[in-house]
Ligand binder design. Structure first.
Ligand SMILES: Nc1ncnc2c1ncn2[C@@H]1O[C@H](COP(=O)(O)OP(=O)(O)OP(=O)(O)O)[C@@H](O)[C@H]1O
Length: 216
């Protein structure tokens, strides 16, 4: 099967006062529709930097990234590449329900209210639908940001540490949602340090010395 998300030779350096640091040194990656791939790596190894390149937010110094064979614009359509960033990025002037609905409304989808209610309930935050992000916990914000990312059934989902703020009781619903997104055709890439997340992966990768290697 041809990959939905692919990267070849992706290289990225950052300038610091002490000199340029090459964080990614030729990353190659393919993720197919329906596949869950996890990426581990020590703190600072470049997981978030890689995700910013894969969704088009950042540009590599060298190499290529493509979704469905084409490069992404700097602001990709949610339906092409949806992101759960580490910082969550919810709009604070919108309620949780409005945040989750936003990609669907931008894409003029139908059945928005039902889809939003279903996702929030599945993640155990249905009763918080009308609250604003600062009025809920980080773990609740993280689940809302995940619901926003999967709502549109994107071609690619990039989830950066999706369980970072969660208590143990909330993890199974999040893992179930990620796995279901894949079963509905999304190519799912997850950065994580969490063994329970690696356990749902079809393939496990790690960033070592700026490159991706297979770990299991
Ligand atoms: N915009 C930037 N400007 C300068 N340096 C950056 C920038 N983005 C990332 N870096 C550097 O690149 C390296 C990788 O950072 P990144 O956030 O990708 O790590 P990570 O693997 O996601 O870490 P963690 O597990 O702690 O989240 C770090 O040394 C960081 O300082």
């Amino acid at each position: 099967m041809s990959p939905v998300l692919s990267a070849r030779g992706v290289t990225r350096s950052y300038d610091h006062p002490e000199g340029a640091v090459e964080v990614l040194r030729g990353v190659d990656l393919d993720v197919a529709a329906g596949e869950v791939v996890t990426v581990s790596g020590r703190s600072g190894s470049g997981k978030s930097a890689l995700f910013a390149l894969l969704c088009g937010f950042d540009r590599p110094d060298a190499g290529t990234v493509a979704v469905g064979g084409a490069p992404l614009p700097a602001v990709p359509a949610w339906g092409d590449c949806a992101v759960l960033p580490q910082a969550m990025g919810l709009a604070h002037e919108l309620t949780l329900a409005e945040n989750v609905a936003l990609p669907l409304r931008l894409a003029r989808r139908t059945g928005v209210d039902d889809r939003v209610a279903e996702l929030l309930a599945e993640l155990g935050i249905g009763e918080l639908a009308d609250r604003y992000p600062p009025e809920v916990s980080y773990g609740q914000q993280q689940r809302a940001a995940l619901a926003r990312a999967v709502a549109i059934r994107p071609r690619v989902l990039l989830a950066d540490e999706p369980t970072a703020h969660l208590d143990h009781g909330s993890v199974p619903a999040v893992l179930g949602l990620l796995r279901r997104a894949a079963s509905e055709g999304t190519a799912v890439l997850i950065a994580t340090h969490h063994d329970l997340v690696h356990a749902i992966a079809d393939r496990r990768l790690a960033i070592v010395d700026g490159r991706l290697t297979t770990t299991g």
